[in-house]
Design a binder for this molecule. Structure first.
Ligand code: NAD
Ligand code: UDP
Length: 387
């Protein structure tokens, strides 16, 4: 590819080809990262995952330059992992259980996956003097300080009470009974451990806190390429409802607010971290789009309009219905009220800014969902139910 040769980093130095071990490379973010690295850089990837469906197009047919190799292994129990980390210049760990429906219903798997299983990766990097980019989450911030004020309190309008800053915001979780926070708490502890490895043993690390990255290939459509009873994240839940012409389900009124960022914008930030180690090492970065804030209810309304446009079908007569979190997610669910990333640190270190508006990113994403799934969903709807 023409862009691969003579690429420069942010300080004007030529970027050397690296070998990168990407754990969780077969997931949503991993698939976009692999694609970007293959298309625009000279780097080589050792792609580790238990699945590879989302990167099949990069593996098959095999590239003549052999720049991506897939290693099917479960990092829970596979001694080959250390060798792969040792072979690489950089390890990126994306592997995790990271769908809210699991946090309160499979808290043990969630904690093991996000903390215990991530430990050896940190250890292998630290012991072998290798760089680590670890994927955490914006959920480590938990709830905003403002959420504890009375509903009409004027300080709720003050950004100090809701904007989330890497170096100063506290991490505010609910009680232990609210098992929703098992994920956030495990991610917080692994962040603290990585930070401590940096401080005490000189590990070169970068921690990424994604704020609702969305786009094609996120999660699965229940009953099509995932379990019929499965509950994916909101983009896939709402896509599934739209594909089946069912009302979109608003959990507890859909009042929680989120900022959504297009996966392709977010991947630009990750590439800058990969290629500018001196600017990224030792930092924790929020990666999100503060300009794309909506309530979940507003997200449902916009997705309904965009889907109608891309599919040519009329909008649903009853676009949304309310459902309690207890019915939808079960006991122990709780929610982050609001998530606006502060962008100062990533701006200063990497000069990065998100670009794509919510409408535009939903337009591309729902075009993909329609093209990929509409036919298959119609077939299953046409089939009589069997037991
Ligand atoms: P994903 O579920 O699509 O990808 C995770 C991948 O890791 C999957 O392909 C899975 O098979 C793999 N994996 C899990 N356990 C494994 C194991 N034991 N061995 C080998 N592979 C394993 O999720 P994603 O959205 O791509 O998220 C990637 C990372 O980013 C996660 O750490 C997640 O917590 C974090 N994150 C993502 C978002 C987002 O907006 N998408 C938000 C916050 C945090
Ligand atoms: N949500 C919803 N309906 C759904 C799925 C999710 O109202 O069908 C809500 C969920 O309660 C949360 C928000 O959408 O307030 C975002 O959920 P997601 O699963 O994407 O993950 P989160 O941002 O909470 O990590």
């Amino acid at each position: 590819a023409p862009t691969v040769e003579g690429r420069l980093d942010l300080d004007g130095n030529t970027i050397k080809a690296m070998k990168i071990c990407i754990i969780g490379a077969g997931g949503f973010i991993g698939s976009h990262l692999c694609e970007k690295l293959m298309e625009e850089t000279p780097h080589t990837i050792l792609a580790v995952d238990v699945y590879n469906d989302k990167i099949k197009h990069l593996l098959d047919p095999p590239r003549p330059d052999g720049r991506i190799q897939f290693h099917r292994l479960n990092i829970k129990n596979d001694s080959r992992l250390e060798g792969l980390v040792k072979l690489s210049d950089l390890t990126i760990n994306l592997a995790a259980i990271c769908t809210p429906a699991d946090y309160n219903t499979r808290p043990l798997d969630t904690i093991y996956s996000n903390f215990i299983d991530a430990l050896p990766v940190v250890k292998f990097c630290s012991e072998n003097g290798k760089r680590l980019i670890h994927f955490s989450t914006c959920e480590v911030y938990g709830k905003t300080i403002g959420s504890f004020l009375p509903k009409d309190h004027p300080l709720r309008q003050d950004p100090d009470f809701y904007v989330l800053k890497e170096d100063t915001s506290p991490c505010i979780f609910g009680s232990i009974e609210k098992q929703r926070w098992s994920y956030a708490c495990a991610k917080q502890l692994i962040e603290r451990l990585i930070y401590a490895e940096g401080a005490e043993n000189g590990l070169d690390f970068t921690i990424v806190r994604p704020f609702n990255w969305i786009g094609p290939r996120m999660d699965f459509i229940p009953g099509i390429d995932g379990p019929s009873e499965g509950v994916p994240r909101v983009l896939a839940c709402f896509s599934n409802n739209l594909l089946r012409r069912e009302s979109l389900k608003l959990v507890d009124g859909g009042e929680s607010q989120r900022t959504f960022i297009y996966i392709k914008d977010a991947i630009e930030a990750v590439l800058l971290m990969i290629e500018n180690p001196s600017r990224a090492n030792g930092h924790i970065f929020n990666v999100g789009n503060p300009n794309n804030e909506v309530s979940v209810r507003q997200l449902a309304e916009i997705m309904t309009q965009v889907y109608s446009k891309v599919s040519g079908e009329p909008p649903l007569e009853v676009p949304t219905i309310d459902v309690s979190s207890k019915v939808f997610y079960g006991e122990g669910y709780d929610d982050s009220d609001r998530r606006i990333p502060d962008m100062n640190i990533i701006n200063k270190q990497l000069g990065w800014n998100p670009k794509t508006s919510l409408w535009d990113l939903l337009d591309s994403t729902l075009t993909y969902q329609h093209r990929t799934y509409a036919e298959a969903v119609k077939m299953t709807l046409a089939k009589p139910m069997t037991s």
